[in-house]
Design a protein around this ligand. Structure first.
Ligand code: B12
Ligand code: SF4
Length: 494
């Protein structure tokens, strides 16, 4: 069968979910194509490729894009009379299964799709309905049994061919992404992981799963060999190192000898220890992402459930820096219930940690996260708040701020990172600037500064060809700019 995977954007950070499933389909004998809604014409691809299956891989911020695309698919289906399966998977249908009705899809996948897609395509090909397949919900079977892929080593490696066929320029970007594990044990209130864990725990299902070091290194070596030139690796696990355990010891021993390419990964600051920093440094970790989230201890722990003191954060960043590892991390501004004094103090604390690449973003209230429920419960967010079409760094959606507060917060998002590197005596100037209406000036300034700082933590990873460089920059920017709300940093683990 012909399977068309549809994602919202293609840039250096590969859509590993779709690539993983593409590998499963190819193993089944299917012909696969991947397109991005921001870079390809759905109409054109439908006419050329004539897919039997349209497989959307969606995150919630992009729901509206998929809705628009699906209208085109429906029209094409009606015109051609072709039998086509329209199925959606990824975080969006996992956390918002109501999308099944909203888009009148044939099926959605809730959670892991590796086995589910295989069974769904078998059923569709045989002319059967998809009811009864674990993790697959259909209009007539809304509560499928739950399945978690426990042996990650048994899965095929992500299909990179389909990615570079869809975005040939990206091979010239020296970064390649991998995942060694699935799952996160933490309960940060702005993240979807607590919802995922609640949905899937029980009946012996293991949420935290990890590949063997063998399988992980084997995939990396294949990619380094088959898709040159690889200059930097991105390990996208929510939390790459939790303990200095056997896995990390083996990885730190073997990775430098067998691969030896600098990489970055996420670590939750309260998991960072001297042992972990030493092992990561030994392995060749150039940069570790550790989120600050709030510089105000009470907000960080009571509201965000980060469970880490200021001292723990200070120690974590010190340990990384002492071992020569660069650091990046985000701080969320306008957390429900906080004041602009809290925001400024949060900035000061982040500044004191001396991150290589600090970033600031305004809280994005995604429904179904605990923090959004909290915002509604304390009356600072309307219950019917529409998260569609919002963009990062837009004014806060909380209703307890004045216009001047919102400007202050937005200005802090753009200027905060810059002032982390300026001397103390400049801070009164920042305070003045934060109160001005010059946001339109601070935005390009902040964006240019961020791009420059990013090049510090992703060294040599930018393509040398100026045209490709420019295109990849625009795409990365579009991806972030298309994020619906105010940069909630819901994803960035750790
Ligand atoms: C890397 C990453 C990013 C990268 C982008 C990667 C990319 N190219 O898309 C960056 C840093 C840019 C990013 C940005 C954002 N991210 Co992000 N990100 C991740 C992260 C850490 C890993 C994604 C990944 O590769 N997963 C690995 C693959 C294997 O898993 P998967 O994609 O879920 O796919 C599996 C299933 O879902 C299913 N499946 C997937 N597609 C399909 C399709 C079909 C047809 C079927 C049947 C099944 C199926 O099968 C796959 C294999 O089992 C995830 C967390 C996580 N652990 O997944 C968050 C996550 C996806 N991000 C999230 C969020 C909120 C964001 C931001 C809004 C954050 C922000 N404030 O800017 C933006 C939004 C960007 C956007 N417009 O969508 C949320 C999404 C929640 C939601 N409801 O959609 C997540 C889940 C984090 C979380 N726990 O809250 N992110
Ligand atoms: S924010 Fe990071 S550490 Fe917290 S639950 Fe989400 S992935 Fe885990």
């Amino acid at each position: 069968m012909k399977v068309l995977f549809v994602v919202s954007n293609l840039f250096f950070s590969e859509p590993l979910g779709a690539l993983q499933l593409s590998a499963v389909c190819k193993k089944r004998g299917d012909t696969v194509r991947l397109i991005s809604l921001r870079q390809h014409s759905v109409n054109l691809v439908l006419r050329e490729f004539e897919p039997d299956v349209v497989a959307y891989s969606a995150t919630s911020p992009d729901e509206y894009l998929f809705q628009e695309a699906d209208e085109i698919v429906m029209r094409w289906k009606e015109q051609t009379g072709k039998r086509v399966l329209r199925i959606m998977g990824g975080p969006h249908p996992t956390f918002f299964p109501e999308v099944l009705d909203k888009m009148s899809l044939d099926a959605i996948c809730i959670g892991d799709g590796d086995f589910a897609i295989h069974h769904a395509l078998n059923a569709f090909e045989a002319g059967k309905d998809l009811d009864g397949i674990p993790n697959i919900a259909t209009p007539s079977h809304r509560n499928p049994s739950k399945e978690i892929v426990s042996d990650l080593d048994s899965l095929p490696f992500a299909d990179r061919d389909v990615f570079y066929e869809a975005a040939p320029d990206l091979i010239k970007v020296g970064i390649r992404g991998f995942m060694s594990r699935r799952g996160c044990p933490h309960k940060c209130t702005y993240c979807f992981n607590h919802a995922y864990n609640r949905m899937f725990k029980g009946d012996g299902r293991k949420i935290m799963r990890r590949r063997s070091v063998d399988s992980f290194l084997e995939e990396i070596k294949c990619v380094v060999r088959d898709y040159p030139k690889v200059k930097f690796l991105r390990f996208a696990d929510d939390v790459f190192a939790i303990f200095a355990d056997e896995w990390l010891l083996e990885f730190a021993e073997r990775y430098p000898k067998e691969v030896g390419i600098p990489f970055y990964c996420y670590v939750r600051p309260n998991n960072m220890s001297d042992d972990i920093a030493r092992l990561l440094a030994k392995a060749g970790c150039l940069h570790v992402g550790m989120a600050v989230e709030s510089g105000v201890e009470k907000i960080r722990n009571d509201v965000m459930k980060r469970n880490m003191s200021d001292d723990v954060l200070r120690r974590a960043f010190d340990q990384a820096h002492r071992h020569g590892i660069l650091t990046s991390g985000n701080t969320i501004i306008a957390t429900p219930g906080s004041t602009i004094e809290d925001d400024y103090n949060s900035f000061l604390f982040t500044r004191s940690l001396r991150l290589t690449f600090p970033s600031f973003g305004i809280f994005m209230p995604f429904p179904k996260t605990e923090l959004t429920d909290y915002a509604i419960s304390i009356g600072v967010l309307e219950p019917d708040f529409n998260y569609r079409n919002l963009r990062p760094s837009l004014p806060s959606a909380m209703n307890n701020y004045t216009d001047s507060d919102r400007r202050f917060q937005q200005n802090l998002v753009f200027l905060g990172a810059i002032f982390c590197f300026l001397p103390d005596f400049m801070l009164p100037i920042l305070k003045l600037l934060l109160r001005t209406r010059l946001t339109f000036l601070f935005k390009p300034l902040g964006t240019a500064f961020t791009t420059w700082r990013m090049s510090k933590v992703f060294p040599n990873a930018y393509p040398t060809d100026p045209v490709v460089f420019f295109k990849s920059l625009v795409n990365a920017f579009r991806h972030f700019a298309a994020t619906p709300t105010k940069q909630v940093n819901i994803n960035r683990s750790a």
